[in-house]
Design a protein around this ligand. Structure first.
Ligand SMILES: [Zn+2]
Length: 331
């Protein structure tokens, strides 16, 4: 199964590279047609490059010759950028636009697999192939704070909006400082208040930064482990578990909705405990109040959560309901 996925991923890279090439050639012929000057510049640049290569065989002072030629190339590149910019094109318009700038869509950096390779495999193993597309729409910039009320809510000290502002700021900091600090987040409160949205925002941000993210609901995570352990799926249990333990960020959505079995409790404990020991970050969310979690899970799980996660309570009116009402009024 793994080999099949590896082959699929390699094929995807070939397609990506081909697409980048086609795209680049299209732009190149457009620009050459509109600005013949740029074609001349490019020709001169390749001639100079050839001269540098050929100079090795000539009995001249190679070092000064090469630096002289390089200076000419640089001047030509500047001239080219100026032509593009003065005609309203971005200066990097003619550069190859790879999806991953770390490995230029080869999947490898020297002999190591790039994170984008690991992520592509994980997306296949965990059925999250559409994760990035799904997340396209959800990012911090379009978080709508006006959906949260500014009035008092039940016995809470601050308004739902003020509360959300604090949570949003914290999530953005979490994402920005992901590499340099260690923290786990726990979101709890009624559904429809933005817990999943914020997890999505963080996931998207980190995927864009080349981090490896596994994002699953508690029930699908347990189902993946159960079926690989008890033989319905051909993948090895150990392989799956290693991915779950080693990915940069593990997001477990909807904690408490998985079947409450001895298996899932012991796997959940193992995952949380191992990631805490390895200082690997996690985000967990649940619709259950904290007091209910104490009833669902044994103390060894809840104590690890309460002691090692920064807890955020989501409260207020259901914003999904509010969103729909606003949409209907707008019609
Ligand atoms: Zn890459």
């Amino acid at each position: 199964m793994r080999n099949k996925y590896v082959l699929e991923v390699i094929k995807e890279y070939e397609q990506q590279q081909e697409q980048v090439k086609v795209e680049h050639e299209k732009k190149l012929s457009e620009i050459y047609r509109k600005f013949p000057k740029i074609k001349q510049i490019d020709d001169s640049i390749s001639r100079l490059g050839f001269d540098i290569a050929a100079s090795i065989f000539k009995g001249i002072n190679i070092e000064s010759y090469i630096s002289e030629q390089k200076k000419k190339i640089l001047d030509l590149k500047t001239e080219k950028a100026e032509v593009l910019a003065s005609n309203g094109y971005p200066v990097d318009y003619l550069e190859m636009k790879y999806t991953c700038s770390l490995c230029n869509d080869t999947g490898y950096i020297e002999n190591r697999k790039c994170n984008c390779f690991k992520q592509k495999l994980i997306n296949k193993y965990y059925n999250q192939s559409n994760l990035k597309d799904l997340l396209q729409k959800e990012h911090f910039d379009n978080f709508d704070m006006s959906l949260y009320s500014t009035g008092k809510y039940e016995n809470e000290l601050v308004s739902p909006q003020k509360n959300m502002e604090e949570i949003l700021t914290h999530c953005m900091t979490f994402s920005n400082n992901f590499e340099n600090s260690y923290e786990n987040l726990f979101f709890y409160g009624n559904s429809g208040l933005g817990k999943t949205f914020l997890s999505n925002c963080i996931a998207k941000d980190l995927l864009d930064k080349g981090k490896v993210v596994i994002y699953q609901t508690a029930s699908s995570l347990m189902e993946i482990l159960r079926s690989s352990k008890f033989g319905e799926s051909q993948d090895s249990f150990e392989g799956k578990l290693q991915d779950i333990l080693n990915c940069d960020l593990l997001i477990i959505d909807d904690l408490g909705t998985e079947p409450n079995t001895g298996f899932s409790q012991s796997e959940l404990y193992n995952i949380i405990n191992a990631r805490l020991l390895a200082q690997k970050q996690m985000i967990i969310s649940t619709n259950f109040p904290l007091s209910d979690l104490r009833g669902i899970y044994p103390e060894r799980i809840t104590s690890r959560i309460f002691g090692n996660f920064v807890m955020f309570k989501f409260y207020g009116e259901d914003i999904r309901v509010k969103k729909n009402i606003t949409k209907r009024k707008a019609r």
